[in-house]
Design a protein around this ligand. Structure first.
Ligand code: PLP
Length: 428
């Protein structure tokens, strides 16, 4: 496989941007490889500057659900562009997008658009603190909510200890307000709540996507909701990945939870920069200009991103069966892959829901942060490199979700299963 042009671009990029990239995981460091440089993408495929094509399971980290460069979407966007790229002022389509989202998510009565998922979670935390007058935040180890200062924190050794920043540049004085609990272990949340009276909110990815896919075990989210209600703690669902991905109404629809605030991003912009946070009216009324929690954005409600979001959500709304089609693809893929892995004697676990899945090289079920982390990274690196040679693009890290789009059809399914078969045989 020729990757010469990508290599030349990467060398140039490294002279211009830290690590040659604008977001760290793109550098392919966890798989000891060099990134390919993309020329274009269409449907289920992405094409690099050397002329290689890859069946794409990254799907812009889940932002793409219709498939790349969907022709209907492109038409809408071109029309939007011709009417201006940014107004910095109110426009009717903001109402249209808000309407589609509040209809799909009954827990959201009022919402605010932002330009990224990070802005959405950052603002949701500020709002929870402003609303409750408390400072503490509980997050789960391994849940990623964007690069928000208070959320770039992981645990010290003891569960009840204060958070320690995960990144330099995050003040200890801020990190100390973040408490780390364990996903799928409700007792870890209980211990924090018992010891701390200053907790404003819990923020959670209802389905973990950023250590690879880890599903909530039965009752975990329900127990979390009850615990929060009883303790007067707000519950924030980070549905930046799962919103419109796992079901039209997101993970909260599947698990029947009524969060106080929900954050979204990715799919709702159809591949354009967007985010949102929203929730109950009396909470959202605390946001400026109605209330005293300040939050703003020059490009928030950008007309092109909003028009793209409207198109995608309308498409999903009018074709709800696509969630079954995507789920069916996922189930078939999981079954085939697990059968082949077993025949080849390679320990492999697939976690999946609707259009998101992760294969872990692991002997044991993966149901929390520790079990995800104990999967075999060396084998993932080999898997990744073989799949690239096979013409399939997976995330360049073992701890990410893979995504199925509407453009992944039967040919793609068969191609993927064939590639897995050859890959497992080589790993045997
Ligand atoms: C991607 C992601 C974010 C951050 O969104 P950006 O648009 O990258 O800022 C937040 N939360 C979750 C769960 C994500 O996957």
């Amino acid at each position: 496989m020729n990757k010469e042009k990508s290599k030349i671009f990467f060398d140039k990029a490294k002279k211009m941007m830290p690590g040659g990239v604008n977001s760290p995981v793109r550098a392919f460091i966890s798989v000891n490889d060099n990134p390919f440089f993309v020329k274009r993408a269409k449907g289920a495929y992405i094409y690099d500057v050397d002329g290689n094509s890859y069946l794409d399971y990254v799907a812009s980290w889940g932002a793409i659900i219709l498939g790349h460069a969907d022709s209907g979407l492109i038409k809408e966007v071109i029309d939007a562009l011709e009417n201006g790229t940014s107004f910095g002022a109110c426009h009717p389509n903001e109402i249209e997008l808000a309407k589609l989202i509040t209809e799909a998510f009954p827990s959201i009565e009022l919402l605010r658009l932002t330009s990224s998922g990070t802005e959405a979670t950052m603002s949701a935390i500020r709002l929870a603190r402003g609303y409750t007058g408390k400072n503490g935040v509980i997050k789960f180890r391994g849940c990623y909510h964007g690069h928000v200062d208070s959320l770039l924190v992981k645990a010290g050794s003891g569960l009840a200890t204060f958070g320690v920043p995960d990144s330099k540049g995050v003040p200890y004085d801020l990190a100390k307000h973040t408490h780390i609990a364990e996903f799928n272990h409700i007792d870890s949340v209980m211990r924090i709540v018992e010891k701390n009276k200053d907790i404003a909110c819990v923020i959670v990815e209802p389905i973990m996507g950023n250590v690879g896919v880890v599903l909530p075990e039965s009752n975990f989210l329900e127990d979390l909701e009850v615990l929060c209600r009883n303790a007067g703690i707000m519950i924030i669902f980070d549905e930046v990945i799962t919103g419109f991905r796992v079901a039209f109404g997101g993970a909260q629809h599947i698990y029947n939870i009524d969060p106080d605030i929900t954050c979204m991003g990715k799919i709702i912009g159809g591949g354009f920069p967007i985010g949102l946070y929203g929730g109950k009216q009396k909470i959202m009324e605390c946001v400026s200009p109605l209330g005293d929690v300040y939050q703003a954005g020059t490009l928030s409600g950008n007309p092109v991103a909003v028009r793209a979001g409207i198109y995608v959500i309308n498409y999903l709304k009018n074709n709800l069966h696509i969630y079954d089609n995507i789920a069916d693809y996922g189930i078939k893929l999981k079954k085939a892959v697990c059968d082949i892995a077993r025949d080849c004697g390679v320990p492999y676990v697939v976690n999946n829901i609707t259009g998101m899945f992760t294969g872990f090289f692991s002997d044991n079920p993966v149901n929390d942060y520790d079990s995800a982390m104990s999967s075999n990274r060396k084998l993932y690196e080999k898997f990744f490199k073989i799949m690239i040679e096979e013409g399939l693009s997976f995330a360049p890290s073992p701890f990410e979700a893979s995504f199925i789009t509407l453009s992944h059809g039967n040919d793609e399914l068969l191609k993927t299963i064939d590639a897995y078969e050859r890959m497992f045989k080589r790993l045997q």
